[in-house]
Design a protein around this ligand. Structure first.
Ligand code: COA
Ligand code: ZN
Length: 330
């Protein structure tokens, strides 16, 4: 692996998933109007894509039971893709009705996680998602597939690259999906693995939009993003504040944090098109909405060059230090 620590200015597209992956695990129900306001703020901040909500069973994920209203009432900023998670045909019908630009189909690369999360065998999910893809084609809605546990399963352990690529082949070659997101649902990915799987995907499907989706569960999130970039990936999911996690994976924690990733990539010379200050402002509103602190370190510490006033006794300390120096050299 040959890390490009100082990239030439190159485009990296950010997909904001805080409103879906982020809010789905929160106990508090964030009011619909607040979700819409947050989405509008993120649109204006220059996100390439926003995963606005999920058309899943409201019993399974009550936090997103207002999916229709949110998707219908947000501002649609031209150029931003508004996507929504869809697990089955019922979800697809709802997403089409609410005018999603894209459906983000979801299943797991691991049988056990698919059963825990979606209550189906992978083959059953694939059959349902084949119907969803046919509906999407008729309705002229784009299809992306998010493959959970592509870098490991919390129940089964390692998932072989060949297994992951096998499911990618079925979605891309059989169903014609325009994009695939390889998801590290529970933060098991590590940089060498990310590099190898990304390279293998891009060599096989250079024309298919590849997105990488990491969780920072074991502190490897940013390292994995950089490994992905080094291997040629240019689209990343991230969530404001670093909130998020799969409700069916014990110990799961937040996505890589949008403002941390944008902050790092800006410094490294990558052009994300995202207005960092606006994202930080939006993230600062989260604790009041979800009722607890957020993982974001950039929100706590500020940006690298957000400087601090010196201590109150700074002038006196300076004088004393200068006087000591003069006495020494006299
Ligand atoms: N939208 C709204 N309601 C839905 C739905 C959808 N997409 N899919 C199923 N339902 C409803 C059914 O109408 C049924 O309701 P009822 O009990 O009032 O009749 C109930 O949910 C159960 O439906 P069923 O078809 O038996 O599905 P299931 O119980 O096997 O659940 C899932 C399957 C996948 C739909 C459900 O578990 C789910 O939505 N899970 C959420 C997964 C998720 O978001 N995980 C985190 C992100 S990866
Ligand atoms: Zn996730």
């Amino acid at each position: 692996m040959n890390m490009v620590w100082n990239g030439n200015a190159q485009g990296v597209r950010m997909c904001e998933v805080g409103l879906r992956d982020g809010l789905q695990v929160e106990a508090a129900f964030v009011p619909t109007a607040e979700k819409i306001a947050l989405c509008n703020e993120l649109s204006r901040a220059g996100m390439s894509k926003i995963e606005v909500t999920a058309f899943v069973s409201p019993q399974a994920i009550p936090a997103l039971r207002d999916a229709e209203v949110v998707l219908r009432e947000i501002e649609r900023v031209p150029g931003v893709v508004y996507t929504a998670l869809v697990p089955n045909v019922r979800g697809a019908e709802r997403a089409i009705d609410a005018r999603a630009d894209e459906m983000n189909l979801v299943m797991s690369a691991s049988e056990s996680h698919n059963l825990a999360n979606l209550r189906m065998l992978r083959e059953q999910s694939f059959r349902a998602l084949s119907e969803v893809a046919a509906l999407a084609r008729q309705a002229g809605v784009a299809v992306n597939v998010s493959l959970s546990c592509s870098f490991g399963c919390p129940i089964e352990g390692d998932v072989a690259d060949a297994e992951v690529l096998g499911w990618c082949a079925r979605f891309v070659d059989e169903l014609g999906a325009a994009g695939v997101t390889l998801c590290d649902t529970t933060g098991m990915a590590w940089p060498g693995q990310v590099h190898a799987l990304t390279r293998a995907f891009l060599q096989r499907w250079p024309g298919t939009g590849l997105t990488l989706h990491f969780h920072n569960t074991r502190g490897m999130g940013l390292a994995n993003v950089l490994a992905g970039i080094d291997a040629g990936a240019r689209r990343f999911d991230a969530s404001i504040g670093g909130i998020g996690g799969c409700p069916y994976a014990p110990g799961a924690t937040g996505n890589v944090c949008s403002e941390e990733i944008v902050h790092a990539l800006d410094l490294m010379g990558y052009d994300t098109g995202v207005d960092l200050a606006r994202v930080i402002d939006a993230a600062r509103r989260l604790p009041a909405l979800i009722g607890h602190d957020i993982p974001s370190q950039v929100v706590k510490a500020g940006r690298r060059l957000d400087l601090h006033a010196p201590p109150d006794d700074f002038a006196a300390t300076h004088e004393r230090a200068l006087a000591r120096e003069q006495a020494r050299t006299r």
